[in-house]
Design a protein around this ligand. Structure first.
Ligand code: NAD
Length: 490
């Protein structure tokens, strides 16, 4: 096996096709994949419609029982091989991620590194204990064991396409499920083809993983398919609400990992340079297109001017452009309609009295790093997840007011608190209504070992990663064993 091929993602193998047990033509037609920075066509993949989803789900179900019987060590070995292959071909694959999702190189490399870590973490799940003996009520033996759901449908977004797909796929497979995975139609290569290729090379048996690029119609077909037992969805609250509705109608388990409007609270005793750097990283990384991006910068009014000045200086020095051809800090926004959404939110803030101190403009899809101060609760910039490089500065007078402002959001994904006084930061953090709390850090943090997810509109209380994976991707089965059957009164 050539794990490190010079052209690992050779389009001759998968161009125009989807991975339904193997590379094959689809009934849904073809999908051109373009670079959001310049509109260039990168490749074509097979577009999957409901009929393709149904076929993939049928095959996944047929393969599941055998896969679940595979020895845990064998499952772990395949996963670890897939992680090796991802890392060994990282330089080539990062280029695809950069071009397809508008990522700067360091962000693309984070996807490779974290993608491999998630797969290696999943490998360890395969060899965990699977159950417990239960207290008895008679002389029979009772035990409870975790068993796979069957087929897991995975639906993922465009922004961190590789990591947000593989984190669910790898855990589900490790625990004996088979998977039908629908990446976002804007990022089917980074979010799908790469994953199919690494598992193909790693020797995953045919039928265990299917990658079916498609749109919302394909996603909805996956949610209602009778052969799919669980759906793991990462995306917007709007999409998640629809997915939850369909899965509810079909009595399917559903995991919803949705958006966020994440507050970074900077207290008056914070180091100003460090705090401003945290605010800039949390706001501008990947053009703000991250669920955990810092959506509100809550600053004590005593240091507001000093933090704002530093943040504006940073914003004015962050170039935006095509990351494949230039040394830039910000790549393109994923689509023209998303650029319009960002502009609408910025314009609304300015019209309602916010001060535009940097940016606020765009050159095509390249939106300038933007700083708004004086952001208030009646503005869209305060309420909505922007998914663009816009720093929204809100000042507060007391720590209590900071808590109140942070907790106004309907979302509850992540928060950060920065202070020179650890006890004060932790005390404030304890009051925040979020799934991820980062003391003395900004809001963008992730990795395979933490149970990741949010409260409120950020999800349905499920988590992905770390100790949550076994809980999410398996279910209990109670087994009782009598030495021999005994008679009943009738
Ligand atoms: P989106 O909901 O529009 O799309 C995400 C995925 O869902 C895509 O694959 C899309 O094709 C599919 N989809 C959309 N509508 C669907 C439907 N009705 N039925 C089934 N599938 C459907 O999300 P987006 O705007 O492209 O992605 C960004 C959003 O994702 C942001 O809100 C962001 O915060 C969120 N996100 C959350 C996390 C997390 O882990 N909590 C991580 C990354 C992104």
């Amino acid at each position: 096996m050539n794990m490190h091929a010079p052209n690992f993602l050779d389009t001759a193998r998968w161009g125009g096709l989807a991975y339904i047990s193997d590379w094959q033509e689809t009934l849904g037609g073809k999908l051109d994949v373009t670079d959001p920075a310049n509109g260039n066509r990168l490749a074509t993949v097979g577009l999957c419609g409901p009929a393709d989803i149904a076929e993939a789900a049928k095959r996944a179900r047929a393969a599941q029982k055998e896969w679940a019987k595979t020895l845990p060590a064998q499952r772990a070995a395949i996963l670890n091989r897939a992680a090796d292959i991802l890392e060994q071909n990282g330089a080539e694959l990062a280029n695809w991620i950069m071009q397809e999702s508008g990522s700067i190189h360091p962000k693309a490399m984070i996807e490779i590194e974290h993608g491999a870590l998630f797969i290696r973490h999943a490998a360890t799940l395969a060899t965990q204990p699977t159950g417990m003996f239960l207290p008895g009520m008679d002389d029979r033996t009772n035990y409870a064991r975790r068993v796979p759901h069957g087929v897991v449908g995975v639906i993922s977004p465009f922004n961190f396409p590789l990591v947000l797909s593989v984190r669910s796929i790898a855990a589900a497979i490790a625990l004996g499920n088979t998977v039908v995975h629908k990446p976002d139609p804007r990022t089917p290569i980074s979010g799908g083809i790469i994953i199919a290729r690494i598992f193909e090379e790693a020797g995953l048996p045919k039928g265990v993983l299917h990658v079916v690029p498609g749109g919302a119609d394909a996603g909805e077909a996956l949610c209602s398919d009778p052969n799919i037992a669980m759906v793991s969805f990462t995306g917007s609250a709007r999409g998640g609400s629809k997915v939850g509705e369909i899965c509810g109608r079909h009595l399917k388990r559903v995991q919803l990992e949705l958006g966020g409007k994440n507050a970074l609270v900077i207290l008056d005793d914070a180091d100003l340079d460090v705090a401003a750097s945290n605010a800039a990283w949390g706001t501008f990384l990947h053009q703000g297109q991250i669920c955990m991006a810092t959506g509100l910068i809550l600053v004590d009014e005593k240091i507001e001017a000093a933090i704002t000045e530093r943040l504006v200086a940073k914003a004015l020095h962050l170039p935006a452009g095509d990351p494949s051809t230039q040394q830039v800090a910000l790549g393109p926004i994923i689509s023209d309609s998303q650029v319009e959404t960002i502009q609408k939110i910025v314009d609304d803030a300015v019209a309602k009295g916010a001060r535009l101190l940097a940016g606020g403009t765009h050159d095509g899809r390249f939106y300038a790093a933007t700083v708004l101060s004086g952001v208030k609760p009646d503005m869209l910039a305060f309420e909505e997840e922007i998914f663009g490089p816009v720093a929204c500065i809100v000042s507060f007078k007391t720590d209590e007011e900071a808590v109140d402002l942070a907790n106004r959001s309907e979302y509850g994904l992540a928060a950060g608190v920065i202070s020179g006084d650890l006890g004060r930061a932790m005390g404030l953090g304890d009051q925040l209504n979020v799934g991820q709390l980062h003391i003395n850090d900004q809001t963008i943090n992730g990795g395979p070992y933490a149970p990741f997810g949010g409260r409120g509109k950020s999800g349905n209380g499920t988590r992905v990663g770390g100790p949550a994976d076994i809980e999410e991707f398996t279910q209990w089965q109670w087994v009782s064993v009598k030495k021999a059957a005994t008679p009943y009164p009738f």
